[in-house]
Design a protein around this ligand. Structure first.
Ligand SMILES: *Cc1c(COP(=O)(O)O)cnc(C)c1O
Length: 389
């Protein structure tokens, strides 16, 4: 290692990850995202993707990508403010505003960047942010980048107490669907509490758009809420939409402020226009997707009933994200390996992604799964050596 300036830093990091069974590795997939995937020589039934409606490989979505590329070329070639913004982007923003019921929507290259943009634009330095402890890493990083004063809350009671102890204003920030546990935030309570202090609510609905609520319009809609000026929503196009990119749907002035000020919006290349065209096709399928959502919720019900009957430790979740908790990282890895030997791909999620002692299998269900796929998973779980311990 002599001569490598990074070794002193990296060796301890690697040693720690290896010792605690936290080593991460990538699979190399050779097929489209679908329930059945090809990984090397293995053919696997996958419960690992966020492609909840099976749109990632839908022929209409793929064709829209090709047609978009033929019309606009491969890349945007510039940022949105310097000539990268095309008709494909603009139309999609209009359609996303209509879909979400918000006055305006703005496209971002990724959800991660959209969250950085939101916090750094809507939170003044040293402003106060109230964040759920389980928020997605991109929101936590966004709060850090904004140099906010952070209050982390565990539940609604914790938020109420933190707000009561603070001055007016600020931001409440939450996932709509918690990405590792699968449960939904109590959006009406969050919004009502935020409003008592004149605070805004930033809701990251990455896992909810397309899936939860009437028409797949997200967690506020699932709770019967309409558009609200105090509510700013982020959604990604890389999950239920099956494509890539992200958007913010909000009050027109909030959107304008992002265009004027948000560095993760201004200083980056616009999403490829073909991707926007493809996302438009996906949005059309999301809107017309009641049958897909019905199939998805049948699969969710089937899995939960079957897993409960097996005595597995399931977290409460009405969403496609179903966590089977094993505790130790090594037990979750053993269970994942057991499934893998039976041709099933269900990743183990370990700390620090989830809290110590709550390592789990994260089962992600899709409308593209059949009932027989869910049954195959349940049968394999039933014979897992770790399942009943
Ligand atoms: C996936 C995800 C993101 C990031 O979205 P990308 O478009 O993949 O960058 C942000 N927040 C949550 C809750 C997510 O699950």
């Amino acid at each position: 290692m002599a001569g490598n300036p990074f070794a002193r830093l990296l060796e301890p990091l690697f040693a720690r990850a290896r010792a605690r069974d936290l080593w991460r590795r990538r699979e190399i997939r050779a097929s489209p995202q679908a329930p059945v995937i090809q990984v090397g020589r293995e053919t696997l039934l996958s419960f690992a993707s966020n492609d909840y409606l099976g749109l990632a490989n839908d022929p209409r979505v793929v064709e829209a990508l090709c047609a978009g590329a033929r019309r606009y070329g491969a890349g945007a070639g510039a940022s949105h403010l310097l000539g990268g913004h095309t008709g494909a982007h603009h139309e999609l923003e209009g359609a996303l505003a209509a879909f979400t019921g918000a006055p305006r929507a703005l496209l971002f290259s990724t959800g991660y960047m959209a969250n950085l943009a939101l916090l750094t634009t809507l939170c003044p330095r040293h402003g106060q942010v109230f964040e759920d402890r389980r928020n997605h890493a991109s929101l936590l990083d966004a709060v850090a980048l904004a140099q906010a004063r952070r209050h982390r809350y565990r539940d609604i009671a914790g938020l109420r107490a933190a707000l009561a102890a603070s001055g007016p204003g600020g931001l409440v920030v939450s996932d709509g669907v918690f990405s590792m546990d699968g449960d939904m935030a109590d959006v009406p309570a969050l919004l009502a509490l935020a409003k008592t202090k004149g605070a805004g609510l930033i809701l990251d609905d990455a896992h909810a758009f397309g899936v939860m609520g009437p028409g797949g319009r997200g967690t506020p809609a699932a709770h019967g809420l309409d558009y609200d000026t105090a509510l700013v929503r982020m959604g990604t196009l890389g999950k239920a939409f099956g494509v890539f990119g992200a958007f913010v749907a909000a009050d027109a002035d909030v959107i304008e402020a992002l265009i004027q000020r948000a560095r993760p919006y201004i200083y980056t290349t616009a999403l490829p226009p073909a991707v926007a065209a493809s996302a438009q096709a996906a949005l059309d399928l999301v809107i017309a997707g009641d049958d897909r959502r019905a199939t998805l919720f049948d699969n969710i019900r089937r899995f939960r009933e079957g897993a409960s009957a097996l005595g597995l430790r399931l977290l409460p979740s009405p969403t496609p994200i179903q966590a089977v908790v094993f505790g130790d990282a090594s037990r979750a890895i053993t269970a994942s390996g057991h499934l893998r030997n039976r041709g099933l791909y269900v990743p183990a999620i370990r700390p620090p992604t989830v809290p110590q002692g709550s390592a789990r299998l994260r089962v992600a269900l899709s409308a593209a799964h059949g009932a027989d796929d869910v049954d195959r998973l349940l049968e394999a779980l039933a014979t897992s050596p770790e399942a009943s311990a």
